[in-house]
Design a binder for this molecule. Structure first.
Ligand SMILES: [Fe+2]
Length: 311
């Protein structure tokens, strides 16, 4: 990271109003991540090569069915740059996960970003911060889903259209929220085409970032170009309380058959429900979100679609 980049804010166009909007509305801002030099193809190629295998997610789709048969891949002997070239010509996406756990430079950047947010928003305190990089093929899609924690998406290269839907029970029911938080479901959720009439579409370009309300459903469609994006996640006390309430409600609904459970995420009732969530976890009945997957393909930049089948 050069010294000039260090002295500048990462967010280039922050205004006072964003303090009130952040986490509650869709907020799109300009960023200077590229100026750190940490997200060039060369830098990311090196990052891929030192990524622990368990943190390198590589997925594609069965060409015949398009959905829902996801297949999982491995780097094999490909260099990081070869992997990026293969993704550029194929139909794949690579997830470089939890970079802050194994690269101190990126961890420092992550802390710098959230320190900047916290300095601009008194009372906004984050924990369990997470940074990942998503490298995905031209026209790749991420299906309609919602996430457990606070999310932001930072575009580095290429353009992707992000469709953001209202956080209402029309587009995501409390039951679906519970299923996601209890990890009972894959990330795909019930979706109907007319939902798009109510979506906010955002074409995210290099140098732009977007963040949205907690649990707001979204889906992503790459333009016809390689896409490199940074994903960041965070928790706040409020996000944690919301998690505990929905999680607890989910447990109560399953164990006691309750129909009308409150989803307010503040007040005393949070704590018994957080306790219920804890008890549920201790019972060991939570389904693990990370299942060990077999590998179906290997990166091959010389192949027409950038990959070859294994086995
Ligand atoms: Fe997401």
């Amino acid at each position: 990271m050069n010294s000039m980049a260090m002295s500048q804010d990462i967010i280039a166009d922050w205004e006072d109003r964003h303090q009130r909007l952040f986490g509650t509305e869709i907020v799109k801002l300009r960023h200077r991540l590229a100026e750190t030099g940490m997200f060039t193809r060369e830098a990311l190629g090196r990052l891929i090569e030192r990524c622990p295998p368990q943190e390198l997610g590589l997925e594609s789709m069965c060409v015949e069915t398009d959905r829902p048969d996801r297949i999982y891949g491995e780097l094999g002997g490909a260099s990081g740059m070869e992997a990026i070239a293969a993704i550029e010509k194929g139909r794949m996406w690579m997830n470089i996960r939890r970079i802050m756990d194994w690269d101190p430079e990126y961890r420092a950047l992550l802390d710098r970003v959230f320190d900047e947010f916290e300095a601009r928003m008194p009372g906004f305190t984050t924990f369990k911060r997470n940074i990942g990089v998503l490298i995905s093929s031209p026209n790749a899609k991420v299906f309609y889903h919602a996430d457990i924690q606070g999310q932001s998406l930072w575009q580095i290269e290429g353009i992707k259209r992000v469709y953001l839907y209202p956080r209402s029970r029309i587009f995501i029911t409390p039951e679906i929220v519970e299923k996601i938080l209890l990890r009972e479901t894959d990330e795909d959720m019930p979706y109907e085409n007319w939902f798009d009439d109510y979506a906010t579409p955002i074409d995210l370009k290099p140098g732009e970032m977007v963040t949205w309300p907690l649990y707001a459903p979204h889906r992503v469609q790459n333009h016809d170009c390689l896409n490199i994006s940074v994903t960041m996640e965070h928790w706040t006390k409020q996000i944690w309380n919301s998690y505990a309430v929905h999680y607890g409600n989910g447990v109560l609904r399953r164990t006691l058959g309750l129909k009308n459970t409150s989803v307010r995420d503040h007040g005393l009732h949070v704590y018994p429900k957080a306790g219920a969530a804890f008890a549920w976890k201790k019972l060991g009945r939570q389904i693990s979100g990370d299942v060990v997957k077999t590998r179906d393909f290997r990166i091959d930049a010389s192949a027409e679609i950038g990959r070859v089948d294994i086995g």
